[in-house]
Design a protein around this ligand. Structure first.
Ligand code: URA
Length: 237
């Protein structure tokens, strides 16, 4: 069956779709010995020889992990400062990558996979998949600022907001549970910063149907095929 080259690459677990496109643009992909620069070329994996840096790309089994990320790990797969990487915490031979980002000092739920299509689907804001964060602030959140953040403020030239902001406990106003469908870099910290608060601790507890409960910090579990099917059933219209 013919599929677009960028889709084929992300489905093989080479990288996310965006990263795969970079590989194509950099001239690192060949199809039947010819360097290909078109993202939308159709290929047939049963008849075409597709290589990255001269090496044949083999389709891989899809794997999915749910990690409870500790502080002090980066979510990129390469780092010139040689800091610890989240992928160091997962025992697999597959070439996996984190789904979206969590900051160095953010803890909690992080998905890792070699399935670029899954990563694209879950991260795209138009699919409305909710991320839930436990947030501590440097001071009490006023009701006025809470409402401002729910209505939305401009960030990167776009109206940006939380879907909900709740207090964890009655009468404690600096510990919150916030939800959002946004995955832009430092989204939670930047929104609070805009209204004059500093996030002092940040943990992601849920991402769509996935939850970090019961997984110790630094540990992970395998997400099953059944869960992935359930995920798609839940979010596909
Ligand atoms: N928002 C942030 O500011 N940081 C994270 O790590 C995740 C969401």
């Amino acid at each position: 069956m013919k599929v677009r080259l960028n889709k084929f690459l992300s489905e093989c677990g080479i990288a996310s779709r965006r990263k795969s496109e970079e590989y194509i643009k950099e001239g690192r992909i060949t199809v039947n010995g010819r360097t290909v620069l078109e993202l939308s070329l159709y290929v047939d994996e049963s008849t075409d020889l597709i290589c990255l840096d001269g090496e044949k790309i083999k389709p891989m089994a899809k794997v999915y992990f749910l990690l409870n990320k500790p502080k002090g790990y980066i979510t990129t797969t390469e780092d010139e400062r040689r800091r610890k990487k989240v992928t160091d915490l997962i025992n697999t031979k597959q070439k996996i990558f984190p789904v979206g980002r969590l900051d160095y000092d953010t803890t909690g739920l992080l998905l890792l996979t070699n399935d670029g299509e899954f990563s694209n689907f879950i991260t795209h804001p138009s699919n409305g998949i909710i991320r839930t964060y436990s947030v501590s602030l440097n001071r009490k959140l006023s009701e006025e600022d809470r409402l401002t953040l729910m209505k939305g403020i401009m960030l990167d030239g776009r109206k940006s907001k939380f879907a909900s902001i709740k207090y964890v406990t009655k009468n404690i106003y600096d510990k919150l549970i916030v939800t959002t469908v946004e995955g832009r870099n430092h989204f939670v910290k930047r929104l609070f910063d805009r209204v004059g608060y500093k996030v002092t601790s940040l943990k992601r507890t849920d991402y769509g149907i996935f939850n970090v409960k019961g997984i110790p910090k630094g540990s992970y579990r395998i997400i099953t095929k059944d869960e992935i099917e359930k995920f798609y059933k839940t979010y596909s219209n």
